[in-house]
Structure formats: structure tokens, C-alpha cells
Design a protein around this ligand. Structure first.
Ligand SMILES: Cc1cc2nc3c(=O)[nH]c(=O)nc-3n(C[C@H](O)[C@H](O)[C@H](O)COP(=O)(O)OP(=O)(O)OC[C@H]3O[C@@H](n4cnc5c(N)ncnc54)[C@H](O)[C@@H]3O)c2cc1C
Length: 261
């Protein structure tokens, strides 16, 4: 598999990058997804806009209690960062299980969300953590919930001329969290995130359907596993049938609830 010809553009700032990105000039950071689809002939951009030299896109900080992750931060960096480990251990733990060492070293949180491959661990966890995303484009900056960002398989609310710049995760105080997954062939077959707050419990099931599905309950005791599973629309593939994936989801939701109970 050979890569088609393309022009490589290497901006140093977000503002510069925004002038370069469009439907024929795609952002790239780790290239773990994009280079593969280009080799398969499924994408033929005229140019790639390499975001890896924009320092501001890789920073991880805490702002007013909120975790702020630059979109170009790698899974490896997120999994080992002291602030993430201290305040958002669920996210650090999940980032540590993504794919394999190469994918964790090269792949980024922004690339994961923008590619919107359904078999994502991060989308599931970030939905449960109520993350907000910040995008920059020619018209300025806009923020949206991850619920509004993820529209379907390989489809997001991002405009071709926009960059995802930040992933912002609210403070996690007095909550119990867990993530359970079944992994097949390096990607999750089903992933279940449960976040139990004083105000209620969020159950998100991802990786088996088009986008992760979130269901909220008043308490752990009130969680209706059958109702959660009923809402799922698994996509059958090499990792399993619709029935198998539904069964697996039920098992993992029950295990996750035991973990936070
Ligand atoms: C073998 C393998 C195993 C994997 N296993 C898992 C797993 O277990 N769990 C999991 O969650 N994920 C898994 N993944 C997915 C992995 O997380 C993503 O491949 C990675 O995070 C993508 O980041 P990247 O920087 O390499 O993206 P790239 O390939 O560089 O880009 C991907 C897409 O996002 C766009 N893009 C990238 N950054 C931005 C930005 N800042 N703004 C706008 N658009 C942008 C690009 O234009 C492209 O369309 C796996 C991938 C592989 C190849």
C-alpha cells in the first residue's frame, strides 16, 4: 500500500493552521487513522496540515477546576500526566489501554474524536464525564458538548475548515467511576463507562453501535440494565453478532455497576 502524493504543510500556530485547513487539506497529528485510509485509497487530500508543531495544542492543564487537554495530546501523555492521574484517573486509565504502544505514542485525543471511529474508548468515557469540546475556525471559536459533536460513524459536527483545539472535562469531585471493556483485535468490542454522582448515575455504552449511548438514572439501585441494553443498536461484524454484543453489554454494565456500588 503506497501513499498518494500530497503537500505537507507545517503551521506553528492555530491561527496559521486555520488558514490552511479545508476539505482538500486535512489536519493530521499522529496519522494512525488518516495515513491508513489514504493508503487504502479512501481519502485523497491535496495536502496534509501537520498540527504536531503547534505547542499550544499539546498542553494539559487545569483551569478553574476543569481539565483542559490540547487536542494534539497523545494517549501516552494523557495516561501518564500527573494532573490527569490525580484528578481524572478514569481517563488516564482508559488512555493507557488504547490500542497498542505505537497507537498510544502517536495517536491523539483529538484525532480519536475527529475521526469518530465507532470503536472508541475515549468517546464513551468522555461522554460519561460530560466533556466539552472547543473548535477554532475562520468564523472564530465555538464550544459544544461531546453529545452534540459526535453525530455518527466517521461523522462529527466539525466543519472542514475547523480544528478541534481543546477537550475540557469538568471537575470530578465525590464521584465513583469505572470503565469496563471487552477488546477484540486491538479495538474495543464493547465499552461501558459508569459515573456515579450524588445527583445520579450515568451509564454509557460505546463501541458496539454507531455512537455511544448514554442513559441516566437517579441512583445505582435505580439502574435498569435491560432498559440500557434495549436502547443499543449493535453493528454486527467480525467481533460478534447483534445478540452477542447485546449480551456482552449487559454483562459489562452489571460488572460496572458492581464496581461503583
Ligand atoms: C491499531 C489501532 C488500534 C486502536 N485501538 C483503539 C482502542 O483500543 N481504543 C480507542 O479509543 N481507539 C483506538 N484506536 C484509535 C486511535 O485512538 C486513533 O487512531 C488515534 O487517537 C487517532 O489520532 P491521530 O492523531 O493518529 O489521528 P490522525 O490519523 O492524525 O487523524 C485522524 C482524523 O482526525 C482529523 N484530525 C486529527 N486531529 C484533528 C484536530 N485537532 N482537529 C480537527 N481534525 C483533526 C484528521 O484530519 C483525520 O481525519 C486504534 C487505532 C489503531 C490504528
Amino acid at each position: 500500500m503506497l501513499l498518494p502524493d500530497f503537500v505537507l504543510l507545517r503551521p506553528r500556530t492555530v491561527d496559521e493552521a486555520i488558514t490552511l485547513v479545508d476539505e482538500d487539506h486535512l489536519p493530521i497529528v499522529g496519522g494512525t487513522e488518516l495515513l491508513l485510509v489514504m493508503k487504502l485509497g479512501m481519502a485523497r487530500p491535496e495536502g496534509l496540515v501537520d498540527l504536531s508543531r503547534i505547542g499550544a495544542l499539546s498542553t494539559i492543564s487545569v483551569d478553574g477546576g476543569e481539565l483542559v487537554i490540547g487536542a494534539a495530546a497523545t494517549h501516552a501523555r494523557i495516561s501518564t500526566h500527573p494532573k490527569v492521574r490525580a484528578g481524572w484517573p478514569l481517563l488516564a486509565d482508559v488512555a493507557r489501554t488504547v490500542g497498542n504502544a505505537r497507537v498510544r505514542a502517536q495517536g491523539t485525543i483529538g484525532g480519536n474524536l475527529c475521526f469518530a471511529e465507532p470503536k472508541s474508548d475515549l468517546a464513551t468515557v468522555l461522554l460519561a464525564l460530560r466533556a466539552r469540546l472547543v473548535l477554532h475556525g475562520p468564523a472564530g471559536r465555538r464550544a459544544m458538548t461531546i453529545d452534540d459533536f459526535l453525530l455518527g460513524p466517521y461523522t462529527t459536527a466539525r466543519d472542514d475548515s475547523e480544528l478541534l483545539t481543546q477537550v475540557r472535562v469538568p471537575v470530578l469531585a465525590n464521584v465513583r467511576t469505572t470503565y469496563r471493556k471487552t477488546q477484540t483485535m486491538e479495538r474495543p468490542t464493547v465499552g461501558v463507562a459508569v459515573v456515579a454522582r450524588a445527583s445520579g448515575v450515568t451509564v454509557v455504552v460505546g463501541a458496539l453501535g454507531a455512537i455511544p449511548v448514554r442513559t441516566d438514572f437517579e441512583s445505582v439501585a435505580a439502574v435498569d440494565v435491560d432498559a440500557v441494553v434495549e436502547r443499543l443498536e449493535p453493528i454486527p461484524d467480525q467481533a460478534g453478532s447483534v445478540e452477542y454484543k447485546r449480551h456482552l453489554a449487559g454483562v459489562q454494565v452489571r460488572r460496572a455497576l458492581e464496581a461503583v456500588a
